[in-house]
Design a protein around this ligand. Sequence first.
Ligand SMILES: [Zn+2]
Length: 197
Amino acid sequence: MLRAPVPYLTDTPMAKLFFRYAAMNSGKSTQLLQIANNYESMDKKVALYTSAIDDRYGVGMITSRLNIQRESNTFDAGFDFLAHDYGDTACVLIDEAQFMTPEQAQQLHRLAHSRNIPVICFGLRTDFQGHPFPGSAWLLSLADDVEEIKTICHCGRKATMHIRIDGAGKRVKEGPQVEIGGEARYRAVCGRCFHKD
Ligand SMILES: [Zn+2]
């Protein structure tokens, strides 16, 4: 599950914008916290951000499925990533990156390339209806390095989508794009299961 994030740790002269995308329940936050840990074990500083929208585990917390939890900075739609002084920060790590605006994706691209700080974003590619999140669409377009975090559908195929389910386990097909009710409300599925009624 956890790939050693060695490529991020090399002292490359040119920083990049990374986007790691997946469906729900893929262990994204676990990977993010692992990378943070790897940097810190080398006495390097990281800046953590998560969406202020996501209050599943409390605002400003990044929580992995393995129940590791860390405090984090938050961004909302009005937040400007370029207005912050990152000092000697070695890497900026962003969870729930699907909730960022197109402008914020552009800011992070600039941050990586004009200030030479690697930025690693983790997020969902699409919502429960299969529509792209604007932030993710922009990250897919701008990121220098894009990688899918793989998850398995219950049928055994690779999960690339996710569906929303109600309290009784019944699929919900309509509703707002953003409705955070805990990961139990979502299930990662393959394309075939996504289109099955
Ligand atoms: Zn399936």
